[in-house]
Structure formats: C-alpha cells, structure tokens
Design a binder for this molecule. Structure first.
Ligand code: HEM
Length: 147
C-alpha cells in the first residue's frame, strides 16, 4: 500500500548512490556511539574516525549494508523470504561483538540519512514507513542471537 510506495519512491534515487548515502549513515552512527567503530578489526589502523570512514574495508561494509537495505526494498511484498539470510546475518554480527541494541541506533542513523538526503520529501508518513520496514529487518537479524 502507501508505505511501500513511499519507500520505493524514496529509494529510487538513493539506491543509485549507495556509498555516499551509506557514509552519511555510518558517520552519524559513530557520532551516536563511537565505540561501534572499534568492532571493525581495521579501526586501530585508522588515525581518526574520518580516516576510517574513507578506508576501503569500511566502504565495503557500507556497500554491504546498503545492499541489504536494497534487498529489503525489492522484497517489500515478501520480506519473510529474507528471514534465513537475515537470521544468519544477525548471527555473524553477534560473532563480531555487535549487540542487538546497537541496531536501534543504526535505525536512527538511517532516518538521519533519509532526512538529510530527501529534504522536503522526508515526511512523518515516510519516516514511519521506513521505520516499519527497518524494524522487520532488525527483528529478523535479532533472532540470530538467541540460537
Ligand atoms: C559484516 C560490523 C551493522 C550488514 C560485518 C563485519 C563487521 C560488521 C565487523 C565483518 C567484517 C566486514 O564484513 O566488514 C557492523 C557494525 C554494525 C553493523 C558495528 C552496526 C551496529 C550492519 C547492518 C547491516 C550489516 C545494519 C545490514 C542491514 C553486513 C553484511 C556483512 C557484515 C552483509 C557481511 C556478512 C558476511 O560476511 O556474510 N559487519 N555491522 N551490518 N555486515 Fe555489519
């Protein structure tokens, strides 16, 4: 319905420029919780957060995250088909030391990026539509922790 239209419409342009938008998102994330940066094994090699944000390994992870969001947007009609993938992805994040509460902050950062990138088009219904989709993704990833 309306949620899907709002998400697809806004992702159409953002999805074409995944890396810069993903970098905005993660810059925000590390502002909200700088300790998350240390979970990336290469972070000790960075002189500063800014250096890290522009390192190839980091940009690779940003690309991976944006591809997961892209997959969710393309599967809005059958998000449950991503369940196994997301559960497994959650498990991998548990292994690298991420905790489930951190995903809420990733959600905040996603909304921040949308607000920066969409300007006037960032409306309350659009925000809610993205939050709903993101919550489903995070719930599936979080199920990877219990098992
Ligand atoms: C892999 C950290 C959030 C998608 C990884 C790795 C680390 C990591 C350390 C392994 C090394 C690497 O591939 O760079 C984090 C941290 C996050 C976070 C600290 C913030 C809380 C997310 C989110 C998504 C995501 C929200 C997608 C929605 C991926 C993918 C991989 C990955 C697809 C590759 C998994 C594989 O090797 O199969 N993440 N991540 N990450 N992350 Fe994240």
């Amino acid at each position: 319905g309306k949620d899907k239209e709002l998400i697809r419409g806004s992702w159409e342009s953002l999805g074409k420029n995944k890396v810069p938008h993903g970098v905005i998102m993660f810059s925000r994330l590390f502002e909200l919780d700088p300790a998350l940066l240390s979970l990336f094994h290469y972070s000790p090699n960075c002189g500063s957060t800014q250096d890290c944000l522009s390192s190839p390994e980091f940009l690779e992870h940003v690309t991976k995250v944006m591809l997961v969001i892209d997959a969710a947007v393309s599967h809005l009609d059958d998000l449950h088909s991503l369940e196994d993938f997301l559960l497994n992805l959650g498990r991998k994040h548990q292994a690298v030391g991420v905790n489930t509460q951190s995903f809420a902050m990733v959600g905040e950062s996603l909304l921040y990026m949308l607000q920066c990138s969409l300007g006037q088009a960032y409306t309350a219904p659009l925000r809610q539509a993205w939050l709903n989709m993101y919550s489903i993704v995070v719930a599936a990833m979080s199920r990877g922790w219990a098992k």
